[in-house]
Structures are given as C-alpha cells and as structure tokens.
Design a protein around this ligand. Sequence first.
Ligand code: BTN
Length: 252
Amino acid sequence: MVENKKVKIINLKTTPSTNLEATQCGHAGEPHGTLILAEEQSSGRGRLGRAWVSPPGKGLYFSILLRPKIKAENSPMITLAAGLGVLQGLENLQIPSLLLKWPNDILLNRKKLGGILTEMVAKSDQVDFIVLGIGINVTTTPEDFGRELSSLATSLTLETHQAWDRQEILNQILPTILAEIDLLVNSGPMQLVERWNRTSGMLGKKIRFHFLNEKEEKEGKVLGLEGDGKLSVELMNGEIVGLIAEDVTLCS
Ligand code: BTN
C-alpha cells in the first residue's frame, strides 16, 4: 500500500491485530519505524480491552514499531503526540470539526472516527519498544459498527458524504505522526503540551468520568494537559484532580 524507502513496511491482507504483529516484530529485533498495515483485522484491539471493528478495506489499520530513547514513565506522551500527528494530517486533507478526546480518541462531529492503542515493552525503567497502533474508520458503515456502537462511532465517508482513498490518508498522516514522535523524543514534552492544549479542542470542556476501579461518576471542567500526560480537571466542588488513563465523556 505504501511506498517508502526509509522504513520497513509489512503489508498484510488479514491479521488478528497489527499491534500483535508489531509486538512480535519488536521481540524479533526489527528496527524503529517498522510499519505493519492490514486490509482487515479479525481481532482488532481497542483500549481497555475493547474490540476495534476492522472490516476489510474499509479503514486504516496500522501499527508502528518505535524504539524511542525515553523513560517508561513518559510513554503516555507517545499516544498524545500521535494524536496531534493524526489531527494535523487529517486537517491537511481539509477535514473540519475534528477533536482529540484525551487520551486516545479522534472525534469527528463528536463521534469516534479513530483511536490509538499504545503498548509498551520496557526493561527496568527504559522503554525497549513501543507499539503505536492506529485505526481510522474510512468507509465503515453503521452496519459494520453494529447496534451498540453505531450511535457513537463514525467514518470519514459517513460524515463527509464523499469517497476517500485510504492510501492518500495514510500518506498525509504518517509523516505528521512520525514528525510529532521525533519532536517529542528530541525536544521533550512541554512543546507538545502547549500545542495539544491549543489544538485538541478539550480545553474548558465539561466532562464526565469515573476513576479507574471506582464506580461513582464525576463531572468536571478540563483545565488542560500536564507535562506527564495527565489531564487536569476541576471537579464541581473545586477540587483539582489529574486523570491518568480514565475513559472520559464530553458533556459540552
Ligand atoms: C481505541 O480507541 O480504543 C484504540 C483503537 C486502536 C485500533 C488500532 S487498529 C490498528 C491497531 N491494531 C489493533 O489491534 N488496534 C490498533
């Protein structure tokens, strides 16, 4: 699908999950930047143990093997950097009304267009490798999503009523993703935090969430991203908390 001489590209017709393939590549010593693409995933994986709907030829399903020289504790920043890269690439294609929902969702018209699943293998406190998995719904239909998801998820074609070329989308987003990762590794997280806060669309939004391992739902206002990847939120009672990896819902 992609022509790029600098990175190793593995094109697959079908696979359980490109993240799984990339993890095997990581253990096998494949180099930084190895890209695994699939036409279809039979067990596409999402965050928090969810499935990722991956019908043949209807979405972009790919994983990039990264060997960044960063501490394991900074790995959540990779997801945020990749999100910024996806946003820039899609905006270059003149797609409006995009929003990055912390930590890993790409929303279009408030529905889920894409997601990022980052998985890390570390040796003590240093990253050995990171698998950055990205899924974008291109021509996926409500029937593909199924009843439960169809009110929450969307695709480029569903929202823009036009045909999209997956290759063209990949050609746009891959360089912007890799550039963001490079910037993060070479310049640290602060430049990313400032741009994420300015462009994600999350700042000042009212959200609902519950802390991991807690049932009670809380509501608050987004104050912004912190340098460690946490989302700072002011609760209704004025208390300020930092979310680590919670699932959040936008209310406003
Ligand atoms: C999420 O929003 O929960 C993350 C979804 C990530 C999906 C992509 S598709 C390519 C890669 N392979 C997977 O199995 N998952 C990621």
